[in-house]
Design a protein. Structure first.
Length: 376
């Protein structure tokens, strides 16, 4: 694929055999491309904008409104700009990514400026716009020179959009078009909390322990007495299950185990799958797999995610790209757990991305990047 400057940092299917790719040289600003297997077409994005992609559509948000570019194999089409009723200040020295979410038949764009987060439901020629102030940036950051444009990550859980601001999580209900604040539970040491919010429940996954004490690390669910040990590497929610299924990935916290992992170039990972059944979160399945860590460099990224449902049972399956560049898939079970035996779906994968419609594997071929969609 010619024309791609820098390493892929993000990818998403566009149409046919084309994908959106965000790439970046070390120390340089990111660039957005529309790429096929032959070449990558750079997008000319201006400063003071926010940008999102969905299939063949490119959304460009500026202070005056939203421009939509529709890309098809036959060419590019421009739709009329959707104007805001009043200008919306952005203050971005470069373009920043926005989030596009689908809720039923409705398309929502979510982006943030220096002082506010904005949610917009798109219509044919108009949009409903909801603006909510963020905590003043001076109190969110300790070093304004290094991080002046930090923006909260937005996550979709069924009818809710979630983002964290200071010590509170905010949830916006797409159907009711209302926002609610959720104070995080009291925490100390290295603790952090992840909301387990659904339409009728407010619980938290609390991670961490006392500062400097590896043995106290682990996680627990508020209002439930169980506590699991280990260092939490990642928590992933199943987007197909309305926020009622998630996975916790942990590794051993003992110093001896960490040393053995370093000597053997392999790390043991524990995967725990939870589902909300009635009013309780229950562990449906757990198993252990290994991530090879030898020959690690910037192009051999370890990645694992749960967004695709290859066996069609309504639950997302787990895909892993380990340090040896092997790609494996763990399919879900009828109860919502995961099979312990994996299926090989690729090899020599330098970087793996996932989206709701495809897993994309990149590998470097000489001085250029080659890619393909993956299936088990």
């Amino acid at each position: 694929m010619d024309g791609l400057q820098g390493d892929p940092k993000w990818a998403q299917p566009a149409f046919g055999e084309s994908i959106w790719v965000m790439a970046q040289e070390n120390g340089a600003l990111p660039s957005l491309y529309l790429a096929d297997h032959v070449k990558a077409r750079p997008m000319n994005l201006q400063a003071n904008t926010c940008v999102a992609t969905q299939a063949g559509r490119l959304f460009i948000i500026d202070e005056q409104g939203i421009r939509i570019h529709q890309f098809e194999p036959s060419g590019e089409q421009h739709q009329p700009e959707i104007k805001f009723e009043s200008p919306q200040a952005l203050h971005n020295p470069h373009w920043l990514p926005a989030t596009v979410l689908q809720n039923g038949n409705s398309t929502w764009l979510i982006w943030s400026s220096r002082h506010s987060i904005h949610l917009s439901k798109l219509g044919k020629d108009t949009c409903d716009l909801f603006n909510y102030p963020l905590t003043p940036i001076e109190s969110r950051l300790s070093n304004l020179d290094r991080h002046p444009f930090l923006t909260p990550a937005v996550e979709k859980r069924h009818q809710l959009a979630l983002w964290m601001d200071g010590d509170r999580v905010h949830s916006f209900n797409f159907t009711r078009k209302q926002k609610i604040e959720h104070p995080t539970p009291p925490m100390s040491g290295t603790h952090r909390a992840i909301p387990l919010l659904t339409d009728n429940s407010e619980q938290w996954l609390v991670i961490g322990g006392e500062t400097g004490d590896l043995d106290s690390l682990g996680y627990s669910i508020t209002e439930q007495s169980t506590r699991e040990s280990g260092i939490v590497m990642r928590v992933i929610f199943d987007s197909l299950q309305a926020g009622t299924r998630f996975a916790v990935f942990t590794t051993e916290s003992g110093l001896g185990t960490q040393l053995m992992s370093s000597l053997s170039n392999s790390r043991k990972i524990n995967c725990h799958i939870y589902r909300r059944i009635g009013v309780l979160w229950r562990e449906i399945s757990s198993f252990t797999f290994k991530l090879d860590t030898e020959e690690r460099n910037d192009n051999h990224q370890v990645n694992f995610d749960m967004q695709l449902d290859w066996n069609g049972d309504g639950f997302s399956d787990l895909v892993i790209n380990d340090g040896k560049k092997n790609v494996r898939c763990y399919l879900s079970t009828v109860a919502g757990g995961l099979h312990e035996d994996s299926k090989a779906i690729g090899s020599t994968a330098d970087i793996l991305f996932q989206s709701p419609t495809a897993a994309i594997r990149f590998d470097r071929n000489g001085k250029s990047w080659a890619w393909q969609f993956l299936k088990p």
